[in-house]
Design a protein around this ligand. Structure first.
Ligand code: GRF
Length: 202
């Protein structure tokens, strides 16, 4: 299976996928990353892709007249690589109708909280501020909401009294990277069905 990964930052989830494919082999893992896209230049995630010899593309919102034009351009850029699965690994933009029309049902996101709790761009900070005792990460299919699509898998992370946002986020990311590698491999190898809010992996 062909994967396109979308990033906006450090790309450690992308790196985990790259390392898993390299360690396991494309056949055994069931997928290979064929391109990496971003919404901004000069991020470590793009450097990681370039070091791996992968093609990259950048679609910046401000380069387009409207949000819809950006969304269509992003969809075009992704479609050019004919992916079976698109993975948002720290991609910090909400895609629109055009993108979902083309990739809905095969577009996976990873979120650093236990959805439906703490959706949005500050899930780690919000769980901490709320005084939650556990949080974690969620891998889910993207639907037309924000972090509301059908959940595939979750991992739990304890919140410690001494945690600040970055310490907690780093600990979540250790679980998140393993979860994402495991889920993407299973989706690619086994195939899956989405039945309402349930995801069934064969
Ligand atoms: C991940 O925790 C992701 O869930 C969140 O931002 C982080 C991205 O980390 N949206 P990285 O870019 O994969 O290192």
């Amino acid at each position: 299976k062909r994967l396109v990964v979308l990033v906006s930052g450090s790309g450690t989830n992308l790196q985990a996928l790259l390392d898993a494919v390299a360690a396991t082999g494309t056949e055994a893992y069931g997928a290979e990353i064929v391109a990496v896209g971003a919404d901004r230049e000069n991020i470590e995630g793009l450097a990681r892709a370039e070091r791996a010899g992968l093609p990259t593309f950048v679609c910046k919102v401000r380069d387009f007249g409207t949000r819809e034009e950006w969304d269509a351009a992003l969809a075009e850029a992704v479609a050019a690589y004919e992916p079976d699965l698109v993975v948002s690994a720290g991609f910090m933009k909400i895609v629109g109708k055009e993108f979902l029309a083309r990739f809905g049902g095969r577009f996976v996101n990873t979120h650093p909280a236990l959805l439906p709790s703490f959706p949005g761009a500050h899930g780690v900070r919000d769980a901490l501020a709320y005084g939650a005792r556990v949080t974690g990460c969620t891998v889910h299919f993207v639907d037309d909401g924000v972090d509301t699509g059908p959940i595939i898998a979750q991992g739990v992370v304890e919140i410690r009294d001494e945690d600040d946002e970055s310490a907690l986020h780093e600990r979540i990311k250790e679980v998140e990277r393993r979860l994402l590698v495991e889920v993407v491999g299973r989706l690619a190898r086994n195939g899956y069905r989405i039945e309402g809010r349930k995801v069934v992996i064969q």
